[in-house]
Design a protein around this ligand. Structure first.
Ligand code: HEM
Length: 159
């Protein structure tokens, strides 16, 4: 995690307004000579962009995600960029969301929407399918990543 992101999280925690889980997947080999960020294990900026684009393409087209698709505006370009920026920092890459907004808190942005377990599972359905399009991922890393994302998605649940 970068100093900027760590600082921003400390500021959020101090403000008492955001407790978004920041635990990222720990999937580095035990004998790694240096800490490899999940961002790099995923494949960096290109892979993250592919993942987020696929995620919203699936949300936009899969009947299984119709409920959460209806929560979003017609144009998904803004949210594509926001999720890309947020995940970039969360995965230990450039903290783009924090740099732009001054915070990593996303819970408040979800409060207007009725997010129950079914909505959470629709979100994870899209992510699962999108990850299928990154076939070179180490299976252990993918498993850890999905588990960590489920933690964040479950945290967005407000009913
Ligand atoms: C659990 C089910 C979830 C639902 C139904 C959901 C839905 C939404 C909706 C409707 C918005 C507003 C979109 C707009 O402004 O057009 C939003 C914003 C956002 N969501 Fe989610 N979301 C979920 C989970 C997540 C998770 C797990 C993450 C991160 C891993 C995430 C990241 C974001 C970000 C970064 C924003 C933009 C926040 C901002 O504008 O400050 N969401 N989400």
């Amino acid at each position: 995690m970068t100093d900027t992101a760590t600082q921003t999280q400390a500021q959020d925690a101090a403000a008492g307004g955001c407790a978004t889980p920041q635990a990222t997947p720990a999937a580095e080999p035990r004998a790694a000579p240096r800490r490899v960020a999940p961002y790099e294990l995923l494949g960096g900026e290109t892979a993250l962009r592919t993942l987020v684009d696929r995620f919203y393409d699936i949300m936009d087209s899969a009947p299984e995600a119709a409920t959460i698709r209806a929560m979003h505006g017609r144009d998904l370009s803004g949210i594509r960029q926001k999720l890309f920026e947020w995940l970039s920092g969360w995965l230990g890459g450039p903290p783009l969301f924090a740099q732009r907004t001054g915070s990593v808190c996303i819970t408040a942005a979800h409060k207007p929407y009725a997010i129950d377990a079914a909505a959470r599972d629709e979100w994870m359905f899209c992510m699962h399918k999108a990850l299928d399009d990154l076939p070179d991922l180490d299976p252990r890393f993918r498993e850890a990543l999905e588990k960590a994302l489920l933690g964040v998605a479950d945290f967005m649940r407000n009913r």
